[in-house]
Design a protein around this ligand. Structure first.
Ligand code: SF4
Length: 276
């Protein structure tokens, strides 16, 4: 068993426990599949974590350091000038908390009682005093990245919109326009030579956080319901898990030693009931 995955978490961390918070990644999980969200947050069994993206984390850390130089100097980073963005990195005493995973920007949402949180990569500020939410992304693609037009980019956009919503709930003026600082590692060199070269682009996104309030209410209804939500239409894992459960249960029954008692033993149709 992997040291990194503990399927059953302590009840404190589940919905109703004193440590439970609704992070922006949990909101995204709900949008992706209400059933997975419910099993994780209410029943306390999370999905196994993905493999850590260490190269992406390194790019994030270095971009933070780079923008922090301009935050201290109170001047624009060259990429802002290159793309005509009239702003400087935002300086605030809570900036490091807002950027820290498991802390982030928080807001107590009265209609649901949820503490909503999200850790932002960066915030800039324009001359009107409006905050600009910025997210760093890194990848390696052949094409130059200038727009986010793929279906799977919707999650990135929702992520930015949650941060915009959180900052507004904390009383800040926030511009709808946010930016992704996209670092794209090129593959067209003759050799690696221990160096990855990145093309860095600034990709705008005009956020609309109007969906957030309604989604929080939907999440509240989901968590307060005893009924388990349906699986997502386009995910095969529940069908795989249920089919696996059935064959394993049947196999266990075949292998179990016969019991002399008159007690009724489980049959494969019981397994069907258990896993349906
Ligand atoms: S359908 Fe997929 S995403 Fe949803 S609960 Fe099942 S395994 Fe999780």
């Amino acid at each position: 068993m992997s040291d990194y995955y503990k399927p059953n978490r302590k009840p404190d961390w589940n919905y109703g426990g004193n440590k439970w918070r609704l992070s922006r990644s949990k909101i995204d999980l709900f949008t992706e599949c209400a059933r997975c969200f419910y099993v994780d947050n209410k029943l306390g069994v999370a999905r196994p974590p993905g493999f850590p993206f260490n190269l992406n984390s390194a790019v994030d850390a270095l971009l933070k350091k780079e923008f922090d130089i301009h935050r201290v100097a109170k001047n624009a980073h060259p990429i802002m000038k290159q793309y005509g963005v009239d702003a400087v990195p935002f300086e605030h005493p809570s900036m490091n908390i807002w950027r820290e995973n498991f802390k982030g920007i928080t807001h107590r949402h009265e209609p649901t009682g949820f503490t909503v949180s999200g850790a932002v990569d960066d915030i800039w500020v324009n001359p009107k005093g409006e905050l600009i939410v910025v997210d760093y992304k890194s990848t390696s693609k052949d094409e130059k990245i200038e727009v986010l037009d793929k279906d799977w980019h919707d999650g990135y956009k929702r992520q930015m919109e949650v941060y915009q919503w959180l900052l507004r709930q904390n009383g800040f003026k926030v511009a709808d326009q946010g930016y992704f600082v996209y670092a794209n590692a090129g593959r067209d060199k003759k050799a690696f030579d221990g160096v990855l070269e990145f093309d860095v682009t600034l990709v705008p996104h005009k956020g609309n956080a109007g969906w957030v309030e309604g989604t929080l209410l939907d999440i509240k209804r989901c968590l307060d319901d005893e009924k388990i939500p349906n699986p997502a239409d386009d995910c095969d894992y529940c069908r795989y898990r249920e089919a696996t459960g059935r064959v394993l249960m049947t196999q266990h029954q075949k292998n179990a030693p016969p019991t002399p008692s008159k007690k009724r033993t489980r049959t494969s149709s019981d397994a069907d009931t258990l896993f349906s």
